[in-house]
Design a protein around this ligand. Structure first.
Ligand code: B12
Ligand code: SF4
Length: 473
């Protein structure tokens, strides 16, 4: 029995980090004696050709909501070739009936056990759910040898404006996922429907994975992609101590809640190589934090930024606008928060009601669903559902542009126009990347012009992010 796992999609803005979920499924299949490859369309692989070459008996396809249509297209391709199809992932988990119209078997929930059962027990149709895995150390590390690691380690160069802000120019980056779940229940998050407890890999397992990544892929930086790296401080402390005691040279970042950090853990994390923490700040309005059931305060948001800056760790984060019942005044408070706080890098998104979340229920209950919509618009900017009718969508987009300008201004002195020009002279292909970014974000043109003028006059010669990093490390 030969299996293939497929990461569908053609829009490479979604290809920031390697598909570790397929890596876990593949390593579990291999541990159960099942031959498998991973085909990564998002990383530019030709699915049809590779299917023809490999001739699998079964194809397992993953999908998030905005990539559901790509997943269904790939499923159709597999079916035409007579390959049995299985679909899993966050979208199929919450929309199993829809997915079942496109594939033979749908897996709702964690896929490792389910996929092995489907293959070994020859399950040919239906929706399958298996209990979540209690001991996640029992799943071998992701089968990275089957992932397009050469492509993903260069994510920082390919997508310079992603949230991988701490990664120095030219440095290689890899991701690790060392826990599953989160004990909180914010209304926009997948954790509201997963219903699984938080589980952790042991510190020893984490360290062995980092060592292997350095050895096998020569990565200098790592991002912990799990939802909440700092929630279990005892474990994080042990991980940091192992990094320090074993002299592992690695710079890393991870996600945290603003109320899960303190100066002591930050100091230890910094010594162990932490250079960025990504927070879900979500809003500068306390009213909105309460509506989102974030269980944090605006003061904690501010304090987290200050604590990180004091510790020499870049505070990065995301803000949500357009949440239920949000008003212009709430958005203004978020803008004011960004203006007043010392944050260099952040992302803004429009509240997007992903199926299964409490936001989705809210949209249904309040008759906000349009007659027709396309899953591909469920990214963080184009959502077809306006959850805050008090602010029209166009106005919301205009406010996001303004917030983005605020954020780029915040980077003043870190990304330098003159050094960018020098970079282009050395490497003309960079011009293409810059023009592309400017076309995608027209407001940046005005902002860059402003900065250019201000830098000429002030004679500001700033350092590149990488030199800042080298000095600190
Ligand atoms: C890391 C991450 C990313 C990374 C890497 C994504 C990747 N390819 O792995 C990056 C930065 C690229 C990213 C991008 C996006 N992400 Co993201 N991301 C995550 C995050 C934090 C971890 C993903 C992960 O590895 N989870 C752990 C694994 C073990 O869980 P899993 O993915 O669900 O997989 C298990 C099961 O679902 C199942 N399964 C999965 N696939 C398959 C396939 C088969 C055949 C079977 C049988 C089973 C199966 O088995 C797996 C193992 O148990 C999740 C939140 C989370 N904690 O899951 C959000 C999350 C998946 N992302 C989300 C979103 C919205 C996005 C973006 C759309 C954002 C955007 N607008 O750009 C894009 C879409 C990217 C894409 N490729 O589809 C949402 C998805 C919501 C939804 N319904 O679609 C999530 C859930 C976060 C949230 N907001 O709640 N993301
Ligand atoms: S704290 Fe973060 S990961 Fe946890 S439920 Fe809230 S948004 Fe999701």
């Amino acid at each position: 029995m030969k299996a293939t796992l497929i990461n569908p999609g053609i829009n490479q803005k979604y290809a920031v980090q390697e598909p570790l979920n397929l890596g876990f499924l593949a390593s579990h299949l291999l541990a159960n004696g099942i031959e498998v490859i991973i085909i990564d369309e998002l990383a530019g692989q030709d699915v049809a050709r590779l299917l023809q070459d490999y001739k699998p008996d079964i194809a397992g396809i993953t999908a998030t909501t905005p990539l559901a249509a790509d997943a269904y297209r790939v499923a159709g391709m597999c079916r035409e070739m007579g390959i049995r199809t299985v679909m899993g992932g966050v979208h199929a988990s919450v929309m199993p009936d829809e997915a079942l119209r496109h594939v033979d078997v749908v897996v709702s929930g964690e896929g490792e056990t389910a996929l092995v059962d489907i293959i070994k027990d020859d399950i040919r149709s239906g929706i399958i759910t298996r209990p979540y895995i209690r001991d996640i150390d029992s799943i071998p590390p992701p089968a990275r040898h089957l992932i397009q690691m050469d492509f993903y380690v260069r994510s920082k160069s390919r997508i310079p404006h992603s949230y991988l802000y701490f990664v120095p120019e030219g440095a290689k980056i890899a991701s690790v996922l060392t826990s599953r779940g989160c004990p909180y229940s914010c209304i926009y998050c997948h954790n509201t429907w997963r219903g699984t407890p938080t589980r952790y890999n042991s510190p020893e397992r984490v360290i062995s994975e980092i060592i292997a990544l350095k050895k096998d892929y020569a990565v200098e930086t790592i991002f912990f992609i799990e939802d909440n790296l700092f929630v279990n401080k005892k474990r994080l402390r042990a991980i940091c101590e192992l990094i320090i005691d074993n002299n592992i040279e690695v710079l890393w970042g991870g996600n945290a809640r603003v109320d899960n950090i303190d100066p002591e853990i930050l100091a230890l994390a910094k010594r162990a190589g932490c250079r960025q923490i990504t927070f879900g700040f979500e809003s500068g309005s306390q009213r909105m934090l309460e509506i989102l059931k974030k269980k944090t305060t605006v003061a904690q948001n501010k304090q987290a930024i200050e604590m990180c800056n004091d510790a020499g760790i870049i505070p990065q984060g995301t803000f949500i606008v357009g949440s239920p019942m949000e008003t212009l005044e709430d958005v203004r408070l978020t803008m004011k928060f960004i203006e007043d706080s010392n944050i260099e890098s952040a992302g803004i998104c429009i509240a997007t009601p992903y199926p299964g979340t409490k936001l989705w229920d809210w949209a249904q209950e309040n008759n906000l669903m349009p007659q027709t919509y396309s899953w591909s618009d469920f990214d963080y900017l184009n959502t077809p559902i306006n959850l805050s009718p008090a602010i029209p969508k166009q106005e919301l987009l205009g406010l996001i542009d303004k917030i983005n300008v605020l954020l780029v201004m915040r980077q003043k002195g870190r990304v330098n126009v003159l050094s960018a020009l020098k970079g282009i002279a050395k490497e003309p292909s960079k011009l293409f990347t810059i023009v592309q970014s400017l076309l995608n974000n027209p407001h940046l043109i005005r902002n860059l012009a402003e900065r250019f003028v201000s830098q000429i006059f002030s004679g500001l010669i700033s350092r590149k992010i990488s030199s800042r990093w080298r000095r600190q490390s």
